[in-house]
Ligand binder design. Structure first.
Ligand SMILES: [Zn+2]
Length: 184
């Protein structure tokens, strides 16, 4: 059974994972600088970025490059009536990203992943700052999607990242929702 599940999707190679990890680090730095977050504030965003190998079947989607899933987190040391903390899991969809790169040959994994992760981090910051509700109605989610794409573009257009041009071009023409948001 596990074997069938593993076979169903195309996973990042170990080289790809290394590249994506670098993209995550750069995206965190860019977004932190933009929003002037300290290391502690970044930590308090309480999120993690995972690739397909670390996703369960219900965290996998086929029509998005990533999705954010919100988990309610309660540590065992918390008092019974302590408020539940939210944890955001950014679920990168290897198979969708690989498929897009096969179709659009100009897309480079490093630059593409920087864009995707920046975009997701901006969403999370906006949830944390109550600028946007996680459970907004779908038309409001679409408006937010456009706002976050504009913000991502603003941040990335000021930096010098190799092969980022085709990625920005890709998103200019593709104002698609890059993910869905779900509660666990
Ligand atoms: Zn988005």
């Amino acid at each position: 059974m596990i074997f069938n599940f593993m076979k169903k999707y195309q996973y990042f190679s170990s080289d790809d994972i290394r590249i994506v990890n670098n993209s995550v680090a750069v995206a965190e730095e860019l977004v932190s600088n933009y929003y002037k977050l300290s290391a502690t504030q970044l930590l308090h965003l309480n999120y993690d970025v995972k690739t397909l190998v670390d996703l369960s079947e219900n965290e996998i989607v086929n029509d998005h490059f990533a999705q954010i899933i919100r988990y309610a987190e309660k540590t065992k040391n918390d008092l019974p009536d302590a408020p539940v903390k939210d944890f955001y899991k950014v679920c990168l969809q290897d198979h969708s990203i690989i498929k897009a790169m096969k179709k659009f040959k100009d897309l480079d994994l490093y630059a593409f992943a920087v864009y995707i992760v920046c975009h997701e981090l901006i969403h999370i910051i906006r949830f944390r700052r109550f600028l946007q509700h996680f459970d907004a109605p779908s038309n409001e989610k679409m408006n937010e999607e456009v706002r976050v794409h504009v913000k991502t573009h603003e941040i990335l257009s000021k930096v010098n990242i190799k092969k980022l041009g085709p990625v920005l071009e890709f998103y200019k023409n593709w104002r698609l929702a890059t993910h869905e948001m779900n509660n666990a």
